[in-house]
Write a protein that binds this ligand. Structure first.
Ligand code: PEP
Ligand code: MN
Length: 263
């Protein structure tokens, strides 16, 4: 179902008029974690002003350490919906548990499956029955073939609205947090009809590298970008090192406008 072989034309995932996989590049942006209504509102105003169509933000955070901030759960989901509606943005947010599909679906427009859950097959099967699109991030050390198969799990359940997200993979390099595999964009375009977006924030782990890698991703032919933006990265509860300030996000959006059509 995922293969281009049996489905030559590109699939467009339409989120109430925002089309992912069409001619234009769609930008999703916002903080790594929803921290407070003030933080989220400031971030949302900035990403809207820059031209993003989606507000991102995690309410369920799969952190490496159990002692790190774990997210605000439903309270965070409510803030996402409220602030996104104020600004006319859509919501993309992570789901980590199959039992939360209804809960997250009440507030989100797209379910995000994080890298750590790419092969959580119970979650993927359950999302196959869900009525909203799923953005499937590439696993920390997943091959393209494993990633395609993970998408197949969702589609096999009947949900055809799947979007791939390349977010970097684990390699021997330690300067960057992950190695952003932009060849995955070309590989997915060859092998699948589904759209692919790129996350240069987790892909590099370093805010200085986000702008150049975002430009390169668009040049490689991705359908969208997901970018971490925080009003005050130095005090972020997660991923401050890779978060753009509103000013840098705005500058990036200007650069993108010169190399592609941004929706
Ligand atoms: C995130 O988007 O904040 C996140 C946790 O991403 P990933 O699953 O790619 O690590
Ligand atoms: Mn993050």
């Amino acid at each position: 179902l995922v293969s281009r072989h049996f489905h030559p034309e590109d699939t467009i995932v339409d989120v109430d008029g925002v089309k992912i996989g069409g001619k234009e590049v769609v930008v999703m942006a916002g903080p790594c974690s929803v921290e407070s209504i003030e933080q989220l509102r400031e971030a949302a105003k900035a990403v809207k002003a820059g031209g993003a169509k989606f507000l991102r933000g995690g309410a369920f955070k799969p952190r490496t350490s159990p002692y790190d901030f774990q997210g605000l759960a439903e309270e965070g989901l409510k803030m996402l919906r409220e602030v996104a509606d104020e600004e006319g943005l859509k919501v993309v947010t992570e789901i980590v548990d199959k039992d939360d599909i209804e809960l997250v679906g009440k507030y989100a427009d797209i379910y995000q499956v994080g890298a750590r859950n790419m092969q959580n097959f119970q979650l993927l099967k359950a999302l196959g029955k869900a009525k909203k699109p799923v953005m499937l991030k590439r696993g920390l050390a997943a091959t393209i073939s494993e990633w395609l198969n993970a998408a197949e799990y969702i589609m096999a359940g009947g949900n055809e609205q799947v979007i791939f997200c390349e977010r970097g993979i684990r390699t021997y390099e330690t300067f960057t947090r992950n190695t952003l595999d932009l060849s995955a964009v070309a590989a997915i375009k060859e092998l699948s009809h589904l759209p692919i977006i790129v996350d240069p924030s987790h892909g590099t782990g370093r805010w200085e590298m986000v702008r150049p890698m975002a430009r390169a991703a668009v040049a490689a032919g991705c359908d969208g970008l997901i970018i971490e933006v925080h009003p005050h990265p130095e005090v972020a509860l997660s991923d401050g090192d890779q978060s753009l300030t509103p000013k840098n996000f705005n500058a990036l959006m200007g650069e993108l406008g010169k190399i592609c059509d941004v929706m």
